[in-house]
Design a binder for this molecule. Structure first.
Ligand code: PLP
Length: 375
């Protein structure tokens, strides 16, 4: 089997698995309890928060553990938009993940206006588009760091600066970026940032929201005093510890992994070109390493996905939306590809466990399928 769908989820790092084991079997104490048995759990929680904060240049008290990207996105948007009753307009982009888009739909139902910024053909949100739409009534601007379908990285610091000039908060869904590209929340000057462990070789069901100190945000979960009283509930120490281990390990190996992933991209694209495949590579030059979205002329992305599956290869299609299989995804629609290419879109996302041979194998299999179809 070749797993080439790392933008969907990643394999757990063995070191992260080892790190979480003691907290499942022996050190199961509740970190909120005062007795000495809970001391190890409490210490591990503090250390994990410090490790994660250091990886994104934040302060430990600015890291709030959540169940993952979806929860972090929900908290950031609802927590900011519903805080107080002044200027509640939300600005986001039309290519966000559904965790943002459906949260925005919910806010619209509550009477909060939402503006959806358009993107260029490469999936970039231009700062001038934000300038055109932002007003002093804008409460929060939320733009993803990197797109999950086409990998495009956005000009985050420029967008955040514009938001701040108008007194708005700036949030970024960095679920596809954390652990893959360097992130410095201070240099970017963002107020909030969402992350999810399973996208960087950590366990599923755990993530965090970075909240800059002093940000006006509603409490997300009422209950106990955990997470400074902002997100109550007994902490999942095992998952938190594993997330910190995975993030640190990915950050330490980031440059090396990125180099290898770029070689895989080149190998894949060169194979398609050398075999005269008519395709468009989606996304911008500045993208998440290993994310390859290609649209093949007169092909069907769904058919390609299933044929590759029969050959033991896992990829994803950028041309299917969540529920209906024959509809273009909102991202592919937004970048306005010519129709004869749009339906033939697939996303190959290589990760740290892939080898260059995988890139050749996926390309070879794809070329074979396309060749069979043309005969
Ligand atoms: N945001 C982006 C950009 C994503 O790619 C994903 C997952 O696919 C999410 C949010 C949701 O994250 P989670 O699966 O941790 O809820």
């Amino acid at each position: 089997m070749i797993y080439a769908d790392n933008a969907a989820t990643t394999k757990l790092l063995p070191e992260a698995f080892e790190a979480m084991k003691p907290f499942l079997l022996e050190e199961y104490g509740n970190a909120s309890q005062p007795y000495s048995f809970s001391r190890t759990a409490k210490k591990a929680l503090r250390a994990a928060r410090e490790t994660i904060a250091a990886c994104i240049h934040a302060k430990p008290e600015e890291i709030f553990f959540t169940s993952g990207g979806t929860e972090s996105d929900n908290w950031a948007l609802k927590g900011a938009a519903l805080y107080g009753c002044d200027g509640q307009v939300v600005i986001t982009s039309c290519i966000e993940h559904h965790a943002i888009l459906n949260t925005c739909r919910g806010l619209e139902c509550l009477g909060i206006p939402v503006v959806y910024l358009p993107v260029t053909g490469k999936g970039v949100i231009l700062p001038e588009r934000l300038e055109e739409h932002i007003t002093d009534h804008t409460k929060i601007v939320s733009v993803m760091f990197a797109n999950n379908e086409i990998g495009t990285i956005q000009p985050i610091s420029e967008l955040a600066a514009i938001a701040h000039q108008h007194g708005a908060l700036f949030h970024t869904d960095a679920v596809q970026a954390v652990g893959h590209v360097p992130i410095d929340v201070k240099a970017l000057d963002v107020d909030m940032l969402s992350a999810s462990a399973h996208k960087f070789n950590g366990p599923k069901g755990i993530g965090f929201l970075y909240i800059r100190k002093g940000t006006k945000l509603l409490r997300h979960m009422s209950g106990g005093a955990q997470e400074a009283g902002m997100r109550a509930g007994t902490e999942n120490i095992a998952a938190i510890v594993a997330m910190a281990e995975a993030l640190k390990n990915n950050c330490d190996n980031m440059e090396n992994t990125a180099q290898r992933l770029l070689c895989m991209e080149t190998a894949f694209i060169t194979m398609l070109q050398n075999n005269n495949i008519d395709f468009i590579r989606n996304g911008a030059q500045n993208h998440i390493p290993g994310n390859l979205s290609v649209s093949i002329k007169n092909a069907n992305g769904e058919m390609l996905l299933h044929r590759l599956d029969l050959m033991g290869i896992c990829v994803s299609t950028g041309s299917a939306c969540d529920s209906t299989r024959d509809k273009l995804s909102h991202v592919i629609e937004s970048i306005a590809l010519p129709e004869e290419y749009a339906k033939g879109t697939i996303r190959i996302s290589f990760g740290r466990y892939n080898r260059e041979a995988d890139a050749y194998e996926v390309a070879k299999s794809l070329i074979q399928i396309i060749g069979m179809k043309q005969q």
